[in-house]
Design a protein around this ligand. Structure first.
Ligand SMILES: NC(=O)c1ccc[n+]([C@@H]2O[C@H](COP(=O)([O-])OP(=O)(O)OC[C@H]3O[C@@H](n4cnc5c(N)ncnc54)[C@H](O)[C@@H]3O)[C@@H](O)[C@H]2O)c1
Length: 220
C-alpha cells in the first residue's frame, strides 16, 4: 500500500505503537528513555526505532535518550493527532454496538461522530449518547461534518456496497471488520481487523506443535 512518497507503510504502522508505549512511560513517571528501552517494550530493536524515526527528522541525541514527552508530542504531530478525527460507524449490530460503546477512541484523537445502520429496527436507538441514523443519511452527514474516516461493521456481503457509498461521500480511510477484501480507488486507505484469519494463522503453529514440529515464535 506504499502508494505515496514517504516512509514505508510498515514504519507508519509502528508509530502508533511507539506513541502508546511513550504514553505508558509518561504515566509511569518516566521522562527519558533510550531507544533500547523503548524497543524492548514493543519487540523492536533499538536500531529499528532509530531508523524508523529518521524518516521524520532528528529525534533525541545519541547516548542521551529521548525526552518522552517531547517524542510523544512529535509522533502525535506526525500522526495528525493534534486534531480530533470524527469517524462514521456503519453497522450497529453486535460488534458495532460494542465499538460505539468503547471509550478508548476518544482519549486518543478519534471521535465516533455518527452511527448508521440500514435496519429500521436499529434506527433511532440510543447508544452511548448517540442515536443510530439511517445509512441513507450517512452521505449527507459525512459531507456536512467533513468526515474522512469510517469503520465498517456490516456483514461481508454488504461491505463493498457500503464502502462504495462512503467513498462517494468523501471518506478516505476505512477500518473494516468485515471478512472480505474491499476494492477502493487510489487515495483511499483500507485496513482490516480479521480475528478469524489471525486465529487461523496461529492454529497453523498449534496444529504442527501437536504433530511434534517445533517453531520459533515470530513475535518473540
Ligand atoms: N461479532 C464479532 O465478534 C465479530 C468479530 C469479527 C468480525 N466480525 C465481523 O463484523 C461484521 C459485523 O458483525 P456482527 O456480529 O456485529 O453482525 P450483526 O449481524 O450483529 O450486525 C451487522 C449490522 O450491519 C447492519 N447492516 C447490514 N447491511 C447494512 C448496510 N448495507 N448498511 C448499513 N448497515 C447494514 C445490520 O442491520 C446489522 O445491524 C461482520 O462482517 C462480521 O463478520 C464480527
Amino acid at each position: 500500500m506504499d502508494r505515496m512518497e514517504g516512509p514505508p507503510d510498515v514504519v507508519v504502522r509502528r508509530l502508533p505503537l511507539y506513541a502508546r508505549s511513550l504514553r505508558y512511560l509518561l504515566q509511569e513517571g518516566v521522562e527519558s528513555v533510550s531507544s533500547q528501552e523503548l524497543g524492548d517494550r514493543i519487540n523492536v530493536t533499538a536500531a529499528q526505532i532509530r531508523k524508523d524515526l529518521s524518516y521524520f527528522g532528528e529525534f533525541g541525541k545519541q547516548g542521551i535518550g529521548y525526552d518522552v514527552r517531547r517524542l510523544l508530542q512529535q509522533i502525535e504531530d506526525i500522526l495528525g493527532l493534534t486534531q480530533e478525527w470524527p469517524v462514521a460507524l456503519i453497522g450497529i449490530g453486535h460488534l458495532g454496538e460494542a465499538i460505539a460503546r468503547y471509550e478508548g477512541f476518544r482519549q486518543q484523537g478519534i471521535r465516533i461522530a455518527g452511527l448508521f445502520d440500514s435496519n429500521p429496527t436499529k434506527i433511532g436507538k440510543a447508544i452511548n449518547g448517540m442515536t443510530v441514523q439511517s445509512f441513507d443519511d450517512a452521505e449527507r452527514v459525512i459531507r456536512e461534518q467533513g468526515i474522512r474516516l469510517a469503520i465498517i461493521a456490516v456483514p461481508a456481503r454488504n461491505a463493498q456496497e457500503v464502502a462504495d457509498r462512503l467513498v462517494m461521500a468523501g471518506v478516505r480511510a476505512i477500518l473494516s471488520y468485515a471478512p472480505t477484501v474491499l476494492q477502493v480507488p487510489e487515495g483511499v486507505w483500507v485496513r482490516y481487523i480479521d480475528p478469524v484469519a489471525i486465529l487461523h494463522s496461529m492454529t497453523y503453529y498449534l496444529a504442527r506443535d501437536i504433530a511434534g514440529v517445533r517453531h520459533n515464535n515470530p513475535e518473540t
